[in-house]
Ligand binder design. Structure first.
Ligand SMILES: CC(C)(COP(=O)(O)OP(=O)(O)OC[C@H]1O[C@@H](n2cnc3c(N)ncnc32)[C@H](O)[C@@H]1OP(=O)(O)O)[C@@H](O)C(=O)NCCC(=O)NCCS
Length: 323
């Protein structure tokens, strides 16, 4: 194996070369233990800044203007990665691990300051997406997709996606507090906001939300499996306190209880689910409903205030409708 080294004042960057490695004249290397394995291809503008190790596995293609900056933290990229134009990967203190086969679109910014950002195999991240893994970081399991212009920011909390979970374009996932944890095979359409707001959001597998749904986590929010939340619906597990007249409402803080949604619930478009609500398994919430309180399993409710119009489990034997 051919081995070249680019020495700087205090530390050394090692390039382990077999073939095909081409680094343009505008590539910058800073002091640090950067190690690049064989078959890496780079274009101009690549910058590696490592005061701690950056290890890039074989067959990566680093496109133009990629910047890997591992100040005080290791970055490890698996084999077969492709990093799009203007990708920036930064890590201070805790590091970033990106699994083999990951495809990362143009302008992606992965920043794992004070936390780990782990992206599993074959994840697909769209152009201009931005992932910031500070705190406990971001952990995407294999075959996840993050759409164009979406932002994932763990913000001192944690974001985790089970395998094959898909986030559409222009989505925002914020993990402040106890984070946002989405199990496998979930799908969130474009413009969805999942914002933990100091609490947590937990979504079980095969659930999802339509365009521009807003899901907050202040007092804690759990969504069961196989749930469908239609576009433009808002789930808000918090209220402003307003007891006092001498203090602006905005300054009185929040009361938070939490919201729980059972398995196999369908919530129609333009609904508002208020704090303290418990929606039982198999409920249907009609479009435009405002729901507060507890709903028994299989209730069908509509309106504001919501009213029960039927029970899905009436006239059923062994789970099958009797007509
Ligand atoms: C609730 C819903 C599923 C219909 O359920 P249904 O059991 O077939 O109910 P019906 O159509 O028989 O209506 C029963 C009563 O509820 C009323 N109703 C139905 N949906 C309502 C709604 N969204 N808001 C207020 N009232 C509603 C009907 O007017 C009717 O009232 P009435 O008994 O006084 O005449 C449907 O109306 C709905 O809201 N779907 C949501 C669609 C949606 O948001 N899709 C998003 C894509 S996932």
């Amino acid at each position: 194996m051919e081995r070249k080294s680019f020495s700087d004042s205090s530390r050394t960057l090692f390039l382990f070369l077999k073939s095909k490695l081409g680094l343009s004249s505008s590539t910058h290397f800073y002091p640090g233990n950067v190690e690049i394995k064989s078959d890496v291809q780079t274009e101009q503008g690549v910058m590696f800044r490592g005061s701690y190790p950056i290890l890039i596995d074989r067959n990566c293609i680093l496109r133009a203007s990629v910047c890997l900056d591992a100040t005080n933290g290791p970055i490890t990229l698996g084999g077969d990665c492709i990093l799009g134009h203007d990708t920036q990967i930064k890590s201070s203190e805790a590091g970033i691990v990106i699994g083999a086969g990951t495809v990362i679109g143009a302008d992606v910014d992965l920043n794992a300051g004070n936390g780990s950002l782990i992206i599993g195999e074959k994840c697909n991240i769209g152009a201009h997406a931005s992932l910031h893994g500070d705190g406990k970081g971001i952990n995407l399991a294999s075959e996840c997709k993050v759409g164009t212009n979406s932002v994932l920011d763990s913000f001192g909390g944690e974001i985790s996606f089970g395998e094959k979970t898909v986030i559409g374009n222009n989505c925002m996932v914020i993990g402040t507090g106890k984070g946002v944890h989405i199990q496998s095979n979930c799908d969130f359409h474009h413009g969805v906001i999942l914002d933990a707001q100091g609490g947590f959001i937990e979504v079980d597998r095969f659930s999802g939300a339509g365009p521009y749904a807003i899901i907050y986590g202040h007092g804690g929010l759990t969504i069961g499996k196989y749930c469908a939340i239609a576009g433009q619906t808002v789930l808000i597990p918090a209220n402003h306190r307003f007891d006092r007249l001498d203090v602006p409402i905005r300054a009185q803080g929040l009361s938070t209880v939490g919201i729980s949604i059972g398995d196999d619930v369908w919530i129609g478009t333009h609904c508002v689910i208020l704090d303290g609500t418990k929606i039982g398994k198999g409920c249907v919430i009609g479009a435009g409903s405002i729901v507060k309180g507890s709903l028994n399993e299989y209730s069908v409710v509509v309106g504001n205030p919501h009213r029960v119009i039927k029970m899905r489990n009436d006239h059923q034997v062994d789970g099958k409708a009797i007509r």
